[in-house]
Design a binder for this molecule. Structure first.
Ligand SMILES: *Cc1c(COP(=O)(O)O)cnc(C)c1O
Length: 468
């Protein structure tokens, strides 16, 4: 056999770092990874020992060193997602802004990354605002959301001078006007509109439908009434509209429809009041891959649908192109994070089911119980092994519903194995609780073979620190 060195096929084109995970790896299953690649951080690989490696760090060593349960975030993935949004959510002659929806995962280290990548920040409470300001996020780059911001939260936001208050109700409008008058401030606001759109996602994370606690309804005329009230309120400056229709959305046509309705409304406002809306914030919600069957749209496709439809709809009404904003949360952090657990017990019920219990559960990942969320799982120290058993992964809490993954396909499991659930970067740690007085896990950030703790593990002492 003759080997012709010079004629080997070219290696596949290198993946540009600033493409999104979903764009680069959509639909590709690489045999050497235990799950579909786009579910994992972009730096995920399996080393010679059969261990999952993220950010150049052996995850089994991370679990040994930092303990379990452990959240691990890959800095390269976080930055790549931010950059993908920044690169693709632009168009010639269009003013755009990408605002990270911090509730998906917020801590000072995360705020620093989004700041460095040039993103603004959306916060949904005084607590999130406090963390953002503690991290040094400029107030004018912060958007405050919430359907029931307290007087104290609004006062805090006005005092700090946040960029936009997203006003959600008539009561809030009155309160903001009163607080602004007291402080002689004139906050800039967006009005949150409920366009009456039901995207196909879990009902708990649909927010744009008529029957919603959020925003001013478009269909029943409340939104127009709100506009008229705001325009007559000299204590605030109306900058534009906001609509967030839901989360974990795969089908982009819901956005197109929502934008069409909102721009129709912008035209109606102009015709009725003469006010030309300068800003349109279409919220967040782009879905991500949690399991093999998931095929989310790419960031580029999403950006194109938002900007393209705003352009189309405004042109149809002879309106100027407004500034366009989006607020992605999950799609920036979701696939950047994984959770590592230790397998503690294995219970085989003949002809029924095998339970594998790990040292965390609903206290670090409530989503399976809250939204029927589905996750993949694999043994991080056997990431190269064939999946040969079917088992249900249970948490350690005193609830039968404390199930992280039902009927997971796993390599032969033993007590002491390190179990990994990927795609836990969004709405995981931020929803963590101390149920059963479980100390909340540590969070480490990995990059270039180095791991640093960004949130330390709670101690038993932490569990009584608030008691008087
Ligand atoms: C939760 C939320 C987002 C982010 O949603 P994702 O699905 O995480 O992208 C954006 N805007 C508002 C107002 C939200 O409540």
């Amino acid at each position: 056999m003759i080997i012709m060195h010079g004629l080997l096929p070219l290696p596949p084109a290198r993946v540009r770092l600033n493409r999104s995970v979903s764009e680069a790896f959509r639909g590709v299953t690489l045999v050497h990874l235990p799950v579909k690649k786009d579910i994992l951080p972009i730096t995920a690989e399996v080393n010679g020992r059969g261990h999952l490696v993220v950010g150049g760090c052996d995850t089994v060593e991370l679990a040994d060193k930092f303990g379990t349960p452990l959240f691990v975030y890959d800095e390269a993935t976080l930055r790549a997602q931010c950059q993908d949004y920044a690169d693709t959510f632009t168009a010639p002659g269009v003013d755009t802004e990408v605002i990270y929806a911090a509730k998906a995962f917020i801590c000072k280290a995360m705020c620093e990354i989004t700041m460095e990548e040039g993103l603004s920040l959306d916060v949904s409470s005084g607590g999130e605002l406090f963390v953002a300001r503690s991290a040094g996020v400029a107030p004018e780059k912060i958007y405050l959301h919430g359907n029931n911001k307290t007087p104290a939260e609004l006062e805090f936001a006005i005092r700090e001078g946040v960029g936009r208050l997203v006003v959600d109700s008539f009561n809030e409008l009155d309160l903001v006007a009163k607080l602004a008058a007291e402080r002689k401030a004139c906050p800039r606001i967006l009005l949150r509109i409920t366009p009456g759109i039901k995207p196909s996602t879990h009902s708990y994370i649909q927010t744009g439908q008529i029957d919603s606690k959020f925003g001013f309804g478009l269909a029943d005329g409340t939104a127009m009434e709100a506009i008229e009230r705001v325009l007559a309120t000299k204590e605030v400056e109306l900058m534009g509209l906001h609509a967030h229709i839901g989360s974990q959305i795969f089908k982009l046509h819901s956005y197109a429809k929502a934008i069409e309705l909102i721009v129709d409304f912008i035209a109606e406002i102009r015709d009725k009041t003469g006010f030309v809306c300068g800003e349109l914030n279409s919220g967040g919600g782009l879905g991500i891959s949690y399991e093999a069957a998931d095929e989310p749209s790419t960031i580029a496709e999403y950006a194109e649908v938002i900007i393209g439809n705003v352009r189309k709809a405004t042109a149809a009404h002879d309106l100027p192109m407004p500034k366009v904003m989006i607020e992605p949360g999950r799609s920036i952090v979701g696939n950047a994070g994984i959770t590592l657990y230790r397998v503690g017990t294995i219970k085989k019920i003949p002809r029924v089911r095998t339970y594998i219990s790990v040292d965390g559960g609903m206290s670090d990942n409530i989503r399976p119980m809250l939204y029927d969320a589905v996750y993949e799982a694999f043994i991080a120290n056997k990431a190269d092994r064939k999946k040969e058993v079917t088992a249900t992964i249970a948490g350690k809490h005193c609830e039968s519903g404390d199930i992280i993954v039902k009927d997971a396909k796993l390599a032969a499991v033993e007590v002491g194995d390190t179990l990994c659930t990927p795609a836990t970067g969004a709405y995981g740690y931020v929803m963590a609780s101390n149920y059963n007085k479980q100390p909340r896990p540590a969070v480490v950030m990995v990059a270039d073979g180095k791991a640093r703790i960004i949130i330390r593990r709670e101690t038993y002492e932490d569990l009584t620190r608030l008691e008087v």
